[in-house]
Design a protein around this ligand. Sequence first.
Ligand SMILES: [Zn+2]
Ligand SMILES: [Zn+2]
Length: 331
Amino acid sequence: MPRRRELGRGERVIPGLWRLRLPLPFPGVPHCNAWAIAAGDGIVLVDTGMHEPGSMTELERALDQVGLSIDQVALVLITHAHVDHWGQAATICDRTGCEMWMHPNHEHGYASATDPALALARRIEIGRQSGVPEAVLERYAERLRGMASGIARVVEPDRPLLPGVEIETDLGVWTVHETPGHAPSHVCLFQAERRLLISGDHLLGRISLYFDYGWTPDPIGEFLHSLQVVDDLDARLALSGHGKPFIDVHGHVEGNRRLVRERLDAVLDAVREGPKTGLEITPRIHGEPVTETNASWWLPETLCYLQHLELEGQVSRESEGDLDRWGVPSN
Ligand SMILES: [Zn+2]
Ligand SMILES: [Zn+2]
């Protein structure tokens, strides 16, 4: 049965702040959020949704439901360079003439559009390193070659979204906080007087971990540090990249810390039994078999844990051709 497509929906969270729920074509991730914040005659739009046929209509539909229009967008801010968060930036900026600001470490998100062949090769390499059979990798490559990038057009940010940048809105000033881990370009935005946090995918209402592998030395270490950064802000309400706004921000920080710890422990338990490949370790983390659907999410995650534990001296890698096996250090 064809999946019924969700429609873009808008709702007011508090006066001057709206959630725009935009459909996504991914199984298991049916929508993402963009946020509109009143700023004088216009709005600041945080994140854009992904670019695909009809995606602008969904954004316009969501805006229209709360009495706003795309022509009011005066500035686009991007929490991180994943396609569901910045894919439509070019279309919006072309239409309104507004600027787009994003963290400068966005190469991880641009590669799939600027050099799709290289981006694919990097993904295949992760599979090969983890012990995925060649035939499976070939099928995966075939599937990815036919897929659209989700990015309307690559546009460079007009301004780097870094600590020190302040965004003035009717709700007050928002500050920028670097929170890499989920993605190297990730930032959270914070409104101190109201203790509002736009948390992107760093902190989600339903805890779900994803890490970009291969762009920085230690995404897990970065993520744990970023959790502390957000915890210290003491936010009252989090507006996340997917799902409903949520309170108990500290509880969610703790939940993420716990889950990372559990998964690191599961990796350690597995390698202590004897050297293993990433593909062999991954089901031990999730308690479920690796499939062709979950592999592209789970294998990079496993490699991030291994990389973190290797930096801590708790696991060691033995390479045999392209394949890595992980065990405990001999001394
Ligand atoms: Zn993301
Ligand atoms: Zn996302």
